[in-house]
Design a protein around this ligand. Sequence first.
Ligand SMILES: NC(=O)c1ccc[n+]([C@@H]2O[C@H](COP(=O)([O-])OP(=O)(O)OC[C@H]3O[C@@H](n4cnc5c(N)ncnc54)[C@H](OP(=O)(O)O)[C@@H]3O)[C@@H](O)[C@H]2O)c1
Length: 285
Amino acid sequence: MPTLIINGKEIAHSIKKQMTTRINYFKTNHHINPNVATIKIGQDPSSDLYLKLRNKACKEVGITTTEIDFEASISQEEVVQTLIDLNHNNAIHGILIQYPVPQHIHQFQLMNTISPQKDIEGLHPHNLGQTLLGNEYLVPCTPLAVIKILEHEAIDLTGKNVTIINHSNVVGKPLAVMCLNRNATVNVCNIFTKDITPFTKKADVLIPATGIPGLITKNHIKKNSIIIDVGIAATKDGIKGDVNRTSVDNIAAKLTPVPGGVGPVTIASSIINMVQILEHNTKNQ
Ligand SMILES: NC(=O)c1ccc[n+]([C@@H]2O[C@H](COP(=O)([O-])OP(=O)(O)OC[C@H]3O[C@@H](n4cnc5c(N)ncnc54)[C@H](OP(=O)(O)O)[C@@H]3O)[C@@H](O)[C@H]2O)c1
């Protein structure tokens, strides 16, 4: 059977539609004007594009964005002070820092400074700790996107073998925890894994996120597996994922394409986090 290509754009559209209804509810009933502050330090073409897409998505669902652009030479102290001011600003509901940041900026201090209640990236140690304890509230957006795609496809992770090829703080580690929270058996590979094949071959759900175009071929996968391709690489032939789509066709049951798979759902997932914040704030009013 030909591999079914999962349409991430459609899933993102449906999430944004649901979130718009909820945002309109907060606007009408609680007179809130949802506002996300985005902090960008210096220039980075791919993250600039990501931020542009995210701001566009916010606009679509009725969230205002307050963009703060710093020169690459800004000091750590100035960025930290800006975050403290935003934490105290009641008109700002969410704060997002666009990574990567210049080398002289300590990103862990920035992650720690954002109020956990305004952390729409779910990267504050408090929120990551809650996720680890199985009490998911604000969770990192790409792992959330993977979970939303699996939910959309009605794939229950209970008892499934999941293999993730990535152990970064933003993708692999929180995603592994979120799969464990859903009772999967999880393998996490990284650059030191001697041979990924034994792990990929037993995966009912395979989630590569290396940024190496075409790394995963038919030789790596199990028949009828689900592949959620997180990797993104700019090649001379355009944007490519980690999966060689032609090679896995007819073997994998379902596959997310790149582009048009996890990417749009990741952007929609940051809006889910924003709605979580608004819900939390209105409950405490
Ligand atoms: N679709 C989306 O919305 C979205 C969102 C975020 C990221 N991404 C993409 O996802 C990829 C990962 O992002 P990231 O921020 O997590 O980047 P990263 O920190 O560079 O992560 C890459 C991961 O892949 C592992 N890796 C690399 N080559 C490998 C190999 N040959 N075998 C096994 N593991 C290998 C690395 O292991 P080591 O750490 O040991 O080197 C690392 O854990 C990138 O392509 C990025 O563009 C996509």
